[in-house]
Design a protein around this ligand. Structure first.
Ligand code: SF4
Ligand code: SF4
Length: 212
């Protein structure tokens, strides 16, 4: 049975040095989903807008009616698909502000209906010689409590919106809702002075109220 963990638990997942392995940054298709905080960190730190990154490092796909971004894979010099942020030495060029799923790997999240737990993904990373690390350190977020609250809130919001879209018999209305969510949570810039999490809460409450 999969052992469920909290961020205070230790897990044997730390490879002391990936040594340019980069396997989890290659050929990942559209599986590295990006949440609004990922895009906030990328746009803030790179000094680029969401539109600047679109089709360069980020792409969009429709997921159960919602239009959501993921990390784009492009051919490297050997013609193999890899993340556009992987440098020639096989290292992440955005390491300090890399997306949440990159930080998480080789952990996964198990959602229980209101919150979530962590678990070690079986066969996630084959690098031998792993050591134990506290999950909070592995993730490396300054304000982990706020990040975890955001992650759960975003997950359940996406699920709720997808449920609404599945029930809808109004294709144009559904399209407008999907584009509104994309605009509100990804395209519209965040105010770094106010802090992402406070502003996210505000935007989320606004939309939640409209559907309550
Ligand atoms: S596959 Fe494992 S060892 Fe390789 S880069 Fe990813 S986490 Fe590091
Ligand atoms: S953002 Fe960094 S860690 Fe994530 S897939 Fe790209 S290179 Fe790898």
């Amino acid at each position: 049975m999969t052992r469920l963990l909290t961020s205070r638990d230790m897990a044997k997942i730390a490879c002391r040095a990936c040594r340019g392995c980069g396997a989890c940054c290659r050929d990942m298709g559209d599986s590295i989903h990006l949440d609004p905080y990922d895009l906030y960190l990328l746009t803030e730190n790179l000094g680029r807008s969401f539109s600047d990154l679109l089709n360069i490092s980020v792409a969009l796909r429709t997921e159960e009616g919602l239009v959501l971004p993921y990390l784009l894979m492009k051919e490297d010099e050997k013609g193999l698909p890899c993340c556009t942020f992987l440098d020639r030495e096989g290292r992440c060029s955005v390491h300090s502000f890399r997306p949440g799923l990159c930080r998480l790997f080789p952990l996964g999240r198990d959602y229980d209906g209101t919150s979530f737990s962590y678990f070690v993904v079986e066969g996630g990373c084959d690098m031998p010689g792993k050591s134990k690390v506290r999950i909070s350190s592995w993730l490396g977020y300054e304000d982990l409590a706020s990040y975890e609250a955001f992650t759960a809130a975003w997950h359940y919001f996406v699920k709720d919106m997808q449920h609404i879209l599945r029930q809808s018999h109004d294709p144009e209305g559904s399209r407008q809702l999907a584009l509104y969510i994309l605009q509100k949570f990804y395209v519209q810039p965040w105010d770094p002075v106010r802090g992402f999490f406070a502003e996210f809460e505000e935007r989320l409450s606004l939309i939640r109220r409209a559907f309550s």
